[in-house]
Every structure is written in structure tokens, then in C-alpha cells.
Design a protein around this ligand. Structure first.
Ligand code: ADP
Ligand code: MG
Length: 398
């Protein structure tokens, strides 16, 4: 789960990280009232969407010459004018994809004098099985270019979970960031604070880009992007409450209500599969035969007919889907339950695209019989290879 920049900053501030004062607003009226309470004379108006690259992003409705998704303002009046322009508009950044995201909240922040922009993130480094810091002196809006063209400027340091961030770790990170004097002292306090927040809140990513050094030497968290491990959300109701459903795919929200492991993708073949491994293999083989999956979906073991029905309805409701592949290897999951679920869903919502079904395992004969007797126009397949070829052919022929 992702949260907005202002929420991430509030959270990090509770742990003691230095941030600027700021307010989140949903209207120009709120902006006028609240911006006046900020110190000024420089203000920054920041689009709150779950995607980075806002500074260099462009608003669809405003034309190529309009300013981006992070704007400086020199008076409250200027703040309000920007808020009026930005609110409700669609911001397209490198990370949103061409459709962009509608801006429904803005964060108005005290403007900072920036001497240096650094990059710092904390993440789970799976290669070493540890939480690691990734830092670079080349922070700011072009970190992706740095990663591509001069990767040696990016330094990674894994943290020993028994020790936490030691003084030695801190010194290594401060050296890598070329921090001296006050900034160095600030950073040596900041690293353990970030690590503590990361671990205690079960984050999967904490990215600060930029972490700035100001002319007075102090450092400040100027941007913050935080993601949490969904599997641990149950123990953080305070974090779960920050979820912004307007940022999520409606199909994924519906799926999460039914406890389905579902991820929306860009292709046109809808997949209903049991088991994450088989779901991955199904997506791979669809690609192998030259098409793209519209989703990842694992209905899980022991799913009820109701759950299968819900899953099938989510897939068919997607206008992108031009064909459906049901690929089930029944172990705990029984093929007849899958068949009943599919038939029940089609009765309710109809079926306008080709459907290929490959069933194998527990109660396979019964499952096939249910589909045969349903009068549904099902293309049956013998194995995974056959199934993938059939659905790709059906979609391309259509
Ligand atoms: P994004 O990464 O989505 O583009 P950032 O929050 O990093 O958004 O903002 C982009 C740039 O805007 C920063 O690199 C920084 O130069 C400038 N900026 C952001 N917040 C402030 C602020 N409070 N004061 C001054 N400049 C800011
Ligand atoms: Mg940034």
C-alpha cells in the first residue's frame, strides 16, 4: 500500500525526521486559509498523487506551456491561483503512464533554500536478505538518469538486523553523501530514525528524493515516498486508515474485498488461475505466444463458488479484456467449484468474449461436465501450452 507525500512526512516527523511545515488542502478556500499560516515568503504547491516525477510532470488539460506538478509561489495569492489551476486536473508523469492521475489533494509547504539535493532510500534488499540504505550525492529529479549513466554514484549499505544502524554505518553513509559539519551531525541522527520507522511500520520502501542540505547546514526531508507491506497492515490500523482508494484501480479494490490476489495489467487476455506460481507461468506462456495478460489473478486454494464468481465478474467487467483463460490445477481447489463459479457468473453478466478453459486435477471430470451441460461456448484445452495457444489465437482472430 502506498501513501501520499504529506502523510509520509507526518509519519516520519513523528519519529523525529526534519520536515518543513505544510498543510494538505482539497480546495482553493482551504488553501487561502491555511497557506496564510505558513511562514512564507516562499511557498511550494505539490500535487498529491501516488506517483513520482511530479515536478517534471505536465497537466493534460493545461497545455505544454503550463507549469508542472510541483510549483513555487511567492505569495498566498499565487498559491491560491496555482491551487485553482491544479486541483481536478490530470497530471501525467513518467510514473503515471499516459493516462495520468487526477490531482484531488495538494500539499502546500514552506519553501526551502536548497544548497544540495541528495538521494536516500531504505528498502528490502532481497539479494542479501536485509534492509539496506541506498544513497547518492546526485539527488533531485534526475536520479533515474544517474542510475543508468553513472551507477557508481549510487552507494548501497545493508544493515545488520541484530545491530540496527551503527555509528560505523552512519559514518559510511555520511561519507558517501559527502556530508560535513552540521549536515553530517544531522544525518547521523537521521539514519537510525529512518531505519526505526521503516522496521516498526513494516515499510517496503522509503524513498527521500531529495534529502536537502540548506545554507544553514541543516538537512531536511523534502520529498517522501513510502510503501508498506500489505501482509503486515493488519497490525497497523493507523497506517491502513491512510489508504486513498481514489488512487487505486477499482478492479483491485473490488478484488481485495473478496480477498483475491489480483493485479491489473495492460494486456487483453483475462486470466483466472489458482496458485501464484501457476498464475505467473500462465502469464509467461501468454507472452511467449505473442499476447499480453490483462491481469494476474490467483483465486487461491479452497476458494468458494462465490469467490470464483466474483473473480470472473471482475475479469469480464474489464473492457480491455478480449478473451479469458481459466487455468486450474485442482489440488485443494476443486475443478467443479471453479466450473460452478464460472457458470454462475456468466448467467449474471453474460459472456461476450472467447473463453478457454483448462482444468486438471481434483474433480476434473465433474468440472468438465458442468461446463458442457451449461450450454456455454467454452473452448476446452488439454494442457497449459494448448490453452495459451488457443486463447491467443481466439483473441487475435477476433
Ligand atoms: P517529484 O519527485 O515528484 O518531482 P519533489 O517533491 O521531489 O517531487 O519536488 C520536485 C523538486 O521541487 C525538488 O527536487 C525540489 O527541487 C523542489 N521542491 C520540492 N519541495 C520543495 C520545497 N519545500 N522548497 C523548495 N523546493 C522544493
Ligand atoms: Mg522527488
Amino acid at each position: 500500500m502506498n501513501i501520499h507525500e504529506y502523510q509520509a512526512k507526518r509519519l516520519l516527523h513523528e519519529y523525529g525526521a526534519p520536515i518543513a511545515s505544510g498543510v494538505a488542502v482539497y480546495s482553493a478556500e482551504q488553501a487561502e486559509e491555511w497557506a496564510a499560516r505558513l511562514p512564507g515568503p516562499l511557498y511550494v504547491v505539490k500535487s498529491q498523487i501516488h506517483a513520482g516525477g511530479r515536478g517534471k510532470g505536465r497537466f493534460k488539460e493545461l497545455g505544454p506551456d503550463a507549469k508542472g506538478g510541483v510549483r513555487l509561489a511567492h505569495s498566498v495569492a499565487e498559491v491560491v491561483a496555482n491551487v485553482r489551476e491544479m486541483l481536478g486536473s490530470t497530471l501525467v508523469t513518467k510514473q503515471t503512464g499516459p493516462a495520468g492521475k487526477q490531482v484531488n489533494r495538494l500539499y502546500i509547504e514552506d519553501g526551502a533554500d536548497i544548497e544540495r539535493e541528495l538521494y536516500l532510500s531504505v528498502l528490502v534488499d532481497r539479494t542479501v536478505g536485509r534492509v539496506a540504505f541506498v544513497v547518492s550525492t546526485e539527488g533531485g529529479m534526475d536520479i533515474e538518469t544517474v542510475a543508468e549513466e553513472s551507477p557508481e554514484k549510487i552507494v548501497t549499505l545493508a544493515i545488520d538486523p541484530d545491530q540496527g544502524v551503527t555509528r560505523k554505518d552512519g559514518v559510511k553513509l555520511a561519507d558517501a553523501l559527502k556530508l560535513e559539519g552540521v549536515a553530517r551531525e544531522d544525518s547521523l541522527k537521521l539514519f537510525p530514525v529512518l531505519y526505526k520507522a521503516f522496521v516498526e511500520k513494516d515499510m517496503s520502501l522509503l524513498e527521500i528524493n531529495p534529502l536537502i542540505v540548506m545554507p544553514n547546514g541543516h538537512v531536511r526531508v523534502l520529498d517522501a515516498k513510502v510503501s508498506f507491506d500489505n501482509n503486515a497492515l493488519f497490525r497497523h490500523p493507523d497506517i491502513a486508515a491512510l489508504r486513498d482508494l481514489s488512487e487505486e484501480d477499482p478492479k483491485e479494490i473490488e478484488a481485495s474485498k473478496h480477498d483475491l490476489a489480483y493485479v491489473a495489467l495492460d494486456g487483453n487476455i483475462g486470466c483466472m488461475v489458482n496458485g501464484a506460481g501457476l498464475a505467473m507461468a500462465t502469464m509467461d506462456i501468454i507472452k511467449l505466444y505473442g499476447a499480453e495478460p490483462a491481469n494476474f489473478l490467483d483465486v487461491g486454494g479452497g476458494a468458494s463458488e462465490e469467490k470464483v464468481k466474483a473473480a470472473f465478474k471482475i475479469i469480464t467487467a474489464d473492457p480491455q479484456v478480449k478473451g479469458i483463460l481459466v487455468n486450474i490445477f485442482g489440488g485443494i481447489m476443486r475443478c467443479d467449484v471453479i466450473a460452478e463459479g464460472v457458470v454462475a457468473a456468466v448467467k449474471e453478466v453474460g459472456l461476450k468474449v472467447p473463453l478457454v478453459v483448462r482444468l486438471e486435477g481434483t474433480n476434473v471430470e465433474l468440472g468438465k461436465k458442468i461446463l458442457d451441460n451449461s450450454g456455454l461456448n467454452v473452448i476446452s484445452a488439454d494442457d497449459l501450452d494448448d490453452a495459451a495457444q488457443k486463447i491467443v489465437a481466439a483473441v487475435k482472430g477476433a
